[in-house]
Design a protein around this ligand. Structure first.
Ligand SMILES: *Cc1c(COP(=O)(O)O)cnc(C)c1O
Length: 387
């Protein structure tokens, strides 16, 4: 073994000792809420497929038909010859759903964030970021070269003092607040109305990541911004098409001018092969379902399922489909997850650096397709953990 490999080996074994090493689990089959790993079928409480749309037959059909019509690949970036009529139709439909003039699709939510943030701010500007923001938002800020100010999670007082500081020290710069509407590892909500009021008072702009809110909060694909009637007061609405929408990709929704700017400046958009037209067609089919009475029924089922589990566990009513159970040490979280797997449930242990140190947790995510029996049995297994 050369010095390069032995350095990697020593770093990896030190991660292993701290309970922080990660490896891939191969899923042998997966359909709706059932997942097969290492020869065993488990009830899956780990996916972000909140409405069960990843295995919806009508979406699969739309994807297959589009693949046969357009081919499986987009063959180039959007600006060369990768923009199909499926892409533009989806972007128009998504903009209507979000209450904005326009929208733009990226290959992933990560690409949407890491391309958009540096297109909008740079040296001389300030980004004010919630402490628990997703890694891709932090990466976007670092790539931009803007000054970064972090406020404790949902702390409006500290956010305001950063806004004050920014306007005083960067009178000519752009000030952008970056936060999520539903936080990915805690499932709680941002105080969005108050944040919108603060950013207007200080002349800042807001970048809102709705990854876990789209399809879950508000009607259709509105997200929390639409639910609170704030869509036209938020400059940049971002989200993913790979969670409640069940497909893959990311998007930015906002003004026509914003979208035209991103087409010219977002590097992850310009220099990347477009998502397949079949993916765009699947997103169109998914969005149609999310906005239909079937979508309303799925959201109602999701809510019932969340109330059932929180009731069984005597927890507060969840505000999203994410229910974290914070255990503290990495070791406790890993053991709890392994014990749940033995009982037939797949619930991942979430550890540093995904969450802060000493807040390792089980992250239960609910799906509209979970049965009451699966949920009651999970509640029993979780209660046995604590006894
Ligand atoms: C998953 C997630 C993303 C990234 O979206 P992908 O489409 O998976 O790349 C961005 N932000 C948050 C908060 C997320 O949870």
């Amino acid at each position: 073994m050369g010095p390069f490999e032995s350095a990697l080996l020593s770093e990896l074994s030190s991660l292993e000792k701290k309970g922080l090493s990660r490896s891939l689990r191969v899923v042998e089959s997966s359909r709706s809420t059932r997942i097969k790993i290492a020869g065993r079928e488990l009830a899956n409480f780990s996916s972000n497929d909140y409405l069960g749309l990843a295995s919806h037959p009508a979406i699969a059909t739309a994807m297959g038909e589009a693949a046969r019509r357009w081919g499986v690949g987009s063959t180039a970036s959007r600006l060369i010859c990768g923009t199909s009529a499926e892409h533009t139709a989806f972007e128009e439909e998504l903009a209507v759903a979000k209450g904005t003039e326009a929208s733009l699709v990226f290959s992933t939510g990560v690409a949407a964030a890491t391309g958009t943030i540096p297109a909008l701010v740079g040296r001389g500007d300030v980004v004010i970021l919630d402490k628990l923001a997703h890694a891709c938002l932090i990466d976007g800020v670092h790539a931009s070269g803007a000054k970064l100010r972090v406020f404790p999670h949902n702390d409006l007082g500290k956010l305001e003092s950063h806004l004050k500081w920014s306007t005083e020290t960067h009178p000519k710069g752009r000030i952008m607040i970056v936060t999520e509407s539903i936080f990915s590892m805690d499932g709680d909500l941002a105080p969005l109305r108050e944040i919108v009021e603060l950013k207007e008072r200080y002349g800042a702009i807001l970048f809102l990541d709705e990854a876990h809110a789209v399809g879950v909060r508000g009607s259709g694909a509105q997200g929390l911004a639409g639910e609170l009637g704030l869509a036209n007061r938020i400059e940049i609405q971002m989200g993913t098409l790979g969670k409640a929408l069940g497909v893959s990709g990311g998007y930015i929704a906002g003004s026509r001018l914003l979208i035209d700017w991103l087409i010219n400046r977002a590097r992850s958009f310009i220099f990347s092969t477009a998502p397949s037209p079949a993916v765009a067609a699947a997103c169109r089919a998914s969005l149609r379902i999310v906005q239909s009475s079937e979508g309303d029924a799925l959201r109602a089922r999701l809510r019932e399922n969340l109330l059932l589990l929180s009731g069984e566990l005597k927890m507060d009513t969840p505000q999203s489909a994410i229910m974290p159970m914070i255990l503290g040490s990495e070791e406790r979280a890993l053991k709890a997850s392994a014990r749940l797997a033995e009982s037939g449930f797949f619930v991942p242990a979430i550890r540093y650096p995904t969450v802060p140190r000493n807040t390792a947790r089980l992250r239960v995510t609910m799906n509209a397709a979970h049965t009451a029996e699966e949920i009651r049995a999970l509640a029993v297994a979780l209660k046995n953990q604590n006894s």
